[in-house]
Design a binder for this molecule. Sequence first.
Ligand SMILES: *Cc1c(COP(=O)(O)O)cnc(C)c1O
Length: 435
Amino acid sequence: MNHTESSYMYHMLGISEEVRIYGQKIEDMLRERFREFDETAEYNQLKVLNAMQENRVSEACFHYASGYGYNDMGRDTLESVYASAFHTEAALVRPQITCGTHALCVALSANLRPGDELLSPAGKPYDTLEEVIGIRPSKGSLSEYGVTYRQVDLLKDGEFDYPSIEKALNERTKLVTIQRSKGYQTRPSFSVKKIGELIAFIKERRPDVICMVDNCYGEFVERIEPSDAGADMIVGSLIKNPGGGLAPIGGYIAGKEELIENCASRLTSPGLGKEVGASLGVMQSFYQGFFLAPSVVCGALKGAVFAANIYENLGFSVVPDGRESRHDIIQAVTLGSPEGVVAFCKGIQAAAPVDSYVTPEPWAMPGYDSDVIMAAGAFVQGSSIELSADGPIKHPYAVYFQGGLTWNHAKFGILKSLQSLIDDDVLPIERLRGL
Ligand SMILES: *Cc1c(COP(=O)(O)O)cnc(C)c1O
């Protein structure tokens, strides 16, 4: 074996020839898909670059600001860059927003008042929002402050239940929350176009209702964002897509000026708003991460489609399937057994640049009703734009896979997961020979 061949390196890193060649065949089938992702990334790269140039990003934007952070130019300019790229009036992009859940919590609590009603017209929101809203009782929830909640579930085919949504809208409805990504549910993720249709339906009936989109995992997957399709606010985490893998913390809210002002008052304090909140030296990573994000998301999408096709061709059920269009970076693979879930996650962990030598094990995580196994060897703790996977140890024994800072690493991680299934006798190697 020639030491400068990739096949040699795969061998060194524990990938057998059969697995490598099977992966190569799958990759060869995906050339056209990958070209489409590259074209979207090209468009989004130019969109971000244009936003940076328009707002005259300069070296001074990366300077360290401390204390109150008055006149923190790096922070203020970055917020203008986000607003330009997402075509909104304003944005709040801060390291003081600790995560995606916090960003969503700020956006909701800043714009709802006692007596108002929050409506989710697309079924149950992300797990961590249950306690924010008070679906599961929790200290400080919206429910404790007298904000009520109403939910309209999706129809069996995953479509919006328009007649029920119409009925659920009432004079107290103040804000509608729509989650773009399926998260860890089995419904499909929504395209921006589809979200736009839902928003148009709501606005026709109640033009004054605020439409917010939980944009987590969706940024830069398409050429447009929900803010281009009528959303008043979009919200996300910087340790997912828009941080490009470089942001060490943070969240963003982008939208109408007045709503963002409300968010700033809630995040810092009434009267202080956007004026305080020092950026403490993280600005370069925020800018650079946002600049890289279209490419990083492209790599993650290639990984997701590669995983879908690798496992679909072996007879596993995958969501989305190998050919569907993509609206987020999450790939679900149903392995059908606890051993399968564990072996898959062990493979992802063993592929990591950090903590590759540890073996993940299922444990009883707070907030979940079964043991969960998580694989992550990330530079930033919990970062799920980096190669990661997790699976609840319960029927139907599915894992949720996402991320990869580069396509090459995502590919390697998926091959490693497959190798692990074979090495642990979950999958007979003969199955690879069917292709
Ligand atoms: C990840 C995620 C969240 C919460 O973000 P955290 O950073 O984990 O708090 C909310 N909604 C969706 C759809 C997500 O994917």
